[in-house]
Design a protein around this ligand. Structure first.
Ligand SMILES: [Zn+2]
Length: 217
């Protein structure tokens, strides 16, 4: 039963890889945002507590998030866990250690899908898609066969997402660094951090993750 933290900035493919790990290995993804929404919707004891706090416009405390993760781990049986979006602070990292220890689990790896910021900017800002059928293209990597004409439906109208601009990408990278900076040294000291090249293809990234996970006994 492997328990990992998966880190990566927007655009590194974290969601795709987490979905594959769930499908291929039966791991469960513990994303704090999703868990909060689910617990509130399901009306679990912790969910009701969280709901009352959020309705007052206050932030849900670490204690509540920890309790939620505990609930999910208890119902997960032998499934390994992928922590996503937690921990964000040293206090949360320590809380996670305790949660795992109490359940005879341990954290096996902290895996970061690393990206080169300039390459990520090029990857994201080059994206565009057909306005009619939605087929995706890229300025550098996947131009239509005939310039200006969609390969699939023949439309000549294309769109770019407003978010796919350099400023947004750089802002998200800065936010990501700020969020992970408090916890990476804590795990680096313990030799748990592994970095995978998030700019490689999805299959290559998945293969590297498998090597890391299977290398753990
Ligand atoms: Zn099209």
């Amino acid at each position: 039963m492997l328990n990992i933290i998966l880190l990566g900035p927007p655009g590194a493919g974290k969601g795709t890889q987490a979905a594959r790990l769930q499908a291929e290995r039966g791991m469960i993804q513990l994303s704090t945002g999703d868990m909060l929404r689910e617990a509130v919707a399901a009306g679990t004891p912790v969910g009701l507590q969280a709901k009352a706090i959020m309705e007052k416009g206050e932030l849900v405390s670490d204690a509540i998030v920890s309790a939620l993760i505990g609930e999910r781990l208890d119902s997960a049986g032998e499934a390994g866990a992928i922590f996503d979006g937690f921990p964000r602070t040293l206090a949360q990292a320590e809380a996670l250690d305790l949660l795992l220890t109490e359940r005879n689990r341990s954290l096996d790896h902290v895996i970061e899908l690393a990206v080169d910021e300039d390459a990520l900017v090029a990857r994201i800002t080059g994206r565009f898609s057909c306005a009619r059928c939605g087929t995706g293209y890229h300025d550098s990597f996947r131009q239509p066969k005939v310039a200006g004409v969609c390969d699939v439906c023949g439309s000549t109208e294309f769109v770019r997402r407003k978010d796919d601009n350099e400023q947004t990408v750089r802002t998200r990278m800065a936010e990501y660094r700020a969020k992970t900076a408090p916890i990476l040294p804590y795990y680096e000291q313990r030799g748990l951090v592994r970095r995978v090249d998030g700019m490689a293809s999805m299959d290559e990234v998945a293969a590297e993750l498998a090597t890391i996970l299977d290398g753990t006994s």
